[in-house]
Design a protein around this ligand. Structure first.
Ligand code: MN
Ligand code: MN
Length: 422
């Protein structure tokens, strides 16, 4: 299996070149005629991959290599160092408490990601992520099950809603909120914070505030005798089990109904929304402050790429990209100056990273749909398409640079498709 995949990777490299119309003889000629010494080095690298030079008689972590053949034996186009672009939730420590668990990939685990950090959390039915707030904005997508969320506005209005798989929520920094797993089996979700060094362990918990305020002050604040406060928590709750709540309508009515209802919408049904763009190769849904106004500092594009499909070569001028892989298997190459490129494979539960402005593509390398999120610390998703760029400049200009003649150029999509047709 491992060797097959490795070989497949190498062959893919060659078949891509034959698609471009370069046989090996032509390629050698081109290397001599046009390409620099680096081009000839690439030939040498290709040869090295094919022969004894790439053999590895020593120890190997085979399961890891099988997950990431492009990292182990990079395509000959890879070069230099673009910094870390991969991590996986399945390498992180899980904090397990009664009622669920949590683990995180932050700048500590993936040092390139200074803008965003992610937390993956599970709550069983009825269990709470306790009432809290924090210094970063919180964006979230439901990955499984059902949950009830609440968030308070400074004007005293309250937002209460139920969310299920494919729904988003967004809580601004400092706004106090809660999450509770619902039936039949609670929930799992991804949280993304707009600070790379954010930690899920560094949030303001209602339980800890109670535990660290003099009891007589609490009595005075609540207007309650000490006896009424005898059972306050003395440490942090964080995640803990509880009974299932009443219905959404009953909970809303119990706190004051319409009179106290938030005029701001903090949840969004992303998976249920029509794709922003769709081709035979897949579909993309873009959710940012244009269609989800409260999501001011985090923008997202959810990609579903069919087998063999490609998220086209592109870059983002306004932010770095933090990726979360939900399903399937893909590979990405990140291109950076000077002449640097890194290719890696991505599986479900992996995190990917692309520096701002760095060129990249994401290719589905398996026979099932590849589902992944592009996330940006930005108010909107902005990208440049390589295809569109070379169709918007005069064909002679493209020929001068890339030796693509007019006829070939005409077949390249002139519009930004995001996910190319197969
Ligand atoms: Mn939170
Ligand atoms: Mn991108």
């Amino acid at each position: 299996m491992s060797d097959e995949k490795k070989n497949k990777g190498v062959h893919d490299g060659f078949s891509r070149r034959s698609v471009l119309g370069l046989g090996s003889a032509a390629l050698a000629a081109a290397a001599l005629a046009g390409l620099s010494a680096q081009g000839q080095t690439r030939e040498g690298t290709q040869k090295a991959e094919r022969d004894h030079s790439s053999s590895n008689p020593g120890q190997e972590n085979k399961p890891l290599l099988e997950q990431n053949p492009n990292s182990n034996t990079p395509p000959p186009t890879d070069s230099g160092d673009v910094g870390p672009i991969w991590y996986s939730y399945d390498l992180t420590k899980k904090r397990i408490q009664e009622g669920g668990w949590t683990h995180q990939v932050t700048q500590r685990e993936l040092p390139s990601s200074t803008d965003l950090a992610g937390v993956n959390m599970r709550l069983t039915a009825g269990s709470f992520r306790e009432m809290h707030w924090h210094t970063a904005d919180e964006w979230s997508i439901m990955l499984y099950g059902n949950a009830r969320v609440t968030v308070l506005n400074p004007d005293g209005t309250i937002f209460i809603d139920d969310v299920s798989k494919g729904d988003l929520w967004y809580f601004p920094a400092g706004f106090p909120h809660s999450i509770q797993g619902l039936g039949p089996d609670g929930c799992e979700f991804l949280l993304v914070f707009d600070q790379g060094m954010f930690s899920e362990d560094g949030t303001f918990l209602i339980s800890e505030w109670m535990a660290h305020t003099p009891p007589d002050v609490l009595s005075k604040n609540f207007g309650l005798p000490a006896s009424a406060l005898a059972n306050l928590p003395t440490g942090s709750l964080y995640i803990f089990p509880a009974d299932l709540p009443k219905s959404l309508a009953e909970d809303k009515a119990a706190v004051g109904g319409q009179n106290v209802q938030s005029p701001i919408q903090y949840t969004f049904k992303m998976e249920a929304m029509a794709p922003t763009k769709r081709t035979t190769g897949g579909e993309i849904r873009i959710v940012d402050s244009h269609n989800f106004p409260v999501s001011k500092n985090v923008a997202t594009a959810m990609n579903i790429i069919k087998p063999g499909g490609l998220r086209e070569l592109h870059w983002h001028p306004n932010a770095s990209e933090w990726q979360f892989y939900i399903a399937g298997k893909g590979r990405m190459t990140v291109f950076m100056p000077v002449g640097s490129a890194r290719t890696m494979d991505f599986n479900a539960n992996d995190v990917g990273f692309v520096p701002a402005n760095a060129g990249h593509y994401v290719e589905n390398t398996d026979d099932t749909d590849l589902v992944f999120l592009e996330l940006f610390k930005a108010s909107e998703v902005v990208d440049f398409s390589l295809n569109q760029w070379i169709r918007r400049v005069p064909p002679e200009m493209v020929y001068s640079h890339l030796k693509l003649d007019k006829n070939a150029l005409q077949t390249i999509p002139a519009e930004k498709l995001d996910i190319l047709p197969r």
